[in-house]
Design a protein around this ligand. Structure first.
Ligand code: CO
Length: 212
């Protein structure tokens, strides 16, 4: 007997409904993909990337990890970004964080959660660098602000990668965006930290976050 049978049944129903609305959809997709967007988001189960922005399979290249981090030594993330920028030639990279992020809250609390503590360390560093600003806020606002600062930091990290820098050097059109998703209402908010050229990187400093 097949394990998780209900998921296979769901899958069949999904295929039928997609084909009903869009006959030949999967056959067309099998010929290749040319998404315009790369989404870097949190692994949180409440934020399904395609659904949030209303895009179909084939329209969004996706990388997700805990707390949507862009770490310069993360080969998995770097490979996704390199392939998306240099082969698929996406025009936009969206770093999307979210309020109520368990990774961000965990990093703030300092509870030991195991191996993941090492990953969340990157968020602790952001807190440490912005401690004065964050400590002034009421406790309920502090986590939200750290979620926002985390997005801003990851946008800067991405803009500093050789992949993005080289793309701009070649004259390739590429914009990096920072968004935040609110689990409470399902809405996206633009953090207004879009960077589409290296000289704009300095403007991000205005967001009161200390960039490496
Ligand atoms: Co999260």
């Amino acid at each position: 007997m097949k394990l998780l049978k209900h998921l296979f049944e769901n899958n069949r129903r999904w295929v039928e409904s997609v084909e009903r609305d869009n006959p030949g959809f999967f056959e067309r997709l099998s010929r290749g993909q040319s998404p315009e967007y790369l989404w870097i988001g949190c692994s949180d189960s409440r934020i399904p990337a395609n659904e949030v922005v209303g895009l179909l399979p084939g329209e969004l290249f996706v990388h997700r990890n805990v707390a949507n981090l862009v770490i310069h030594t993360d080969m998995s993330l770097l490979s996704v970004v390199q392939y998306a920028v240099e082969v698929l030639k996406v025009k936009h990279i969206i770093v999307c964080g979210h309020y109520g992020c368990g990774g961000v809250i965990g990093a703030m609390k300092g509870d030991s959660l195991g191996l993941i503590d090492n990953w969340l360390r990157f968020i602790k560093d952001i807190y440490h660098r912005n401690g004065a600003l964050l400590d002034e806020l009421p406790e309920d606002k502090r986590a939200d602000r750290l979620c926002e600062l985390n997005v801003i930091q990851q946008v800067a990290n991405l803009a500093h990668t050789t992949i993005v820098q080289d793309a701009w050097q070649r004259g390739q059109r590429l914009a990096v965006h920072g968004w935040i998703y609110d689990i409470k209402d399902g809405l996206l908010r633009d953090m207004d930290v879009c960077i589409s050229a290296p000289d704009q990187l300095n403007e991000i400093y205005r967001m009161e976050v200390v960039i490496d």
